[in-house]
Design a protein around this ligand. Structure first.
Ligand code: 2P0
Length: 346
């Protein structure tokens, strides 16, 4: 039996991926940018093993202790590509054990609510692909692995890197140039912080894949976003990260969250991911920034009502102080933690 354990962190997009130009290869309609969270916070831990013993009769996935299917096309594509690389290595080097033919067992645990708009599929597929690549000792760099993880879940490609990461949409039909690259590592801007406000830990009402297909097929605003808004914003956001310009980074992050939720609302029928608590958080952050005469915090929301608030360490007292003041009386709220699981769903 061979076995390896890895972890992959969650990433939260600051320039959102929303729309596929090819839903089989998972090729996006725009490039995106994200921040990978610290491994101490939200992560997936995955142990991958393979064996030719009888107890390993078929490929199996356990997620948070529950047996899950690996039959989906996305899982099959990831497993198939990794096995293909391994079997090519085995064909070239006869001394390698032929483990590509053995069933795999993938055991994954998330330390946060699954499918609640906290990018669990991103960390999950990144950990699975990275784990199997390590098990098979594949000589592929992270960018190459990101192309495999992308086919599991688009946003997963960005979790292969830490720090500030771009997913370049690429232009080729076969997807060979649609991959993640690192804009800057975590040491480049160590003072950046993320607070996560879990407004609801229940499963998303509209899963991302279906939601984005609906938007692509029905929103009038969508084409404008993809053609006119995202390309210049991508360059500006990249520069704001390189220059560590929080004021600009925060503005672009909030604008892009707004733009993404606007195309969701413009879909027919409309998709609502933010709820009233989410909207209260937007108002609070805007008022805080206004009161300081600068952007001390930026909100962003994904395909769910939970908020991620970016800020700089120097403003931690101010930002967490305000969040504590408004939400701190709620049951379960931990004033010392920047990840809070206690906002009521309203
Ligand atoms: C993102 N989201 O950039 C955007 C922002 C949600 C909102 O990527 O269909 O689970 O598996 O490629 O990656 C969520 O979509 O979708 C997502 P699939 P995924 O993070």
């Amino acid at each position: 039996m061979y076995s390896v354990s890895v972890t992959a962190p969650v990433n939260i997009a600051t320039l959102k991926y929303w729309g596929k130009r090819d839903s089989v290869l998972n090729l996006p309609t725009n490039s995106s940018i994200s921040v990978t969270l610290s491994q101490d916070d939200l992560k997936t831990t995955t142990t991958v093993s393979c064996s030719d013993s009888e107890s390993y009769s078929v490929d199996q996935l356990y997620l948070n202790g529950k047996l899950e299917s690996l039959e989906s096309l996305r899982s099959q594509k990831c497993l198939g590509e990794l096995r293909k690389y391994r079997s090519e290595m085995e064909a070239k080097d006869g001394s390698l054990p032929r483990i590509s033919e053995w069933p795999l067992r993938i055991v994954s645990v998330n330390n946060f609510p699954t499918a609640a708009g906290l990018a669990s599929s991103a960390a999950g597929y990144a950990a699975m692909v990275y784990g199997i690549a390590r098990l098979y000792r594949l000589p592929l760099d992270r960018s190459e692995l990101s192309k495999i993880a992308r086919q599991g879940s688009g946003s997963a490609c960005r979790s292969l890197y830490g720090g500030f990461v771009a997913w370049e949409m690429g232009s080729k039909k076969d997807g060979t140039d649609s991959r993640a690259v690192q804009i800057a590592d975590v040491g480049h801007w160590p003072g950046i912080r993320a607070a996560i406000l879990v407004v609801s830990a229940s499963k998303k009402e509209v899963p991302s894949t279906g939601g984005m297909q609906l938007t692509v097929g029905s929103s009038d605003l969508f084409e404008y976003r993809v053609k006119n808004v995202v390309p210049p914003r991508y360059k500006e956001m990249e520069q704001s990260i390189i220059k560590k310009n929080f004021e600009k980074f925060a503005e672009l992050t909030m604008r892009d969250s707004n733009s993404f939720h606007a195309v969701c609302l413009d879909s027919y029928p409309p998709i609502f991911y933010m709820n009233d608590t989410s909207k209260r958080i937007v108002k609070l952050i805007n008022e805080l920034n206004k009161s300081q005469g600068r952007n001390v915090a930026a909100y962003t929301f994904d395909a769910g009502p939970n908020a991620v608030i970016y800020y700089e360490e120097k403003d931690e007292h101010l930002v967490l102080g305000v969040l504590n003041e408004f939400f701190g009386h709620l049951p379960g709220w931990d004033k010392k933690r920047s990840i809070n699981y206690s906002l009521p769903d309203r």
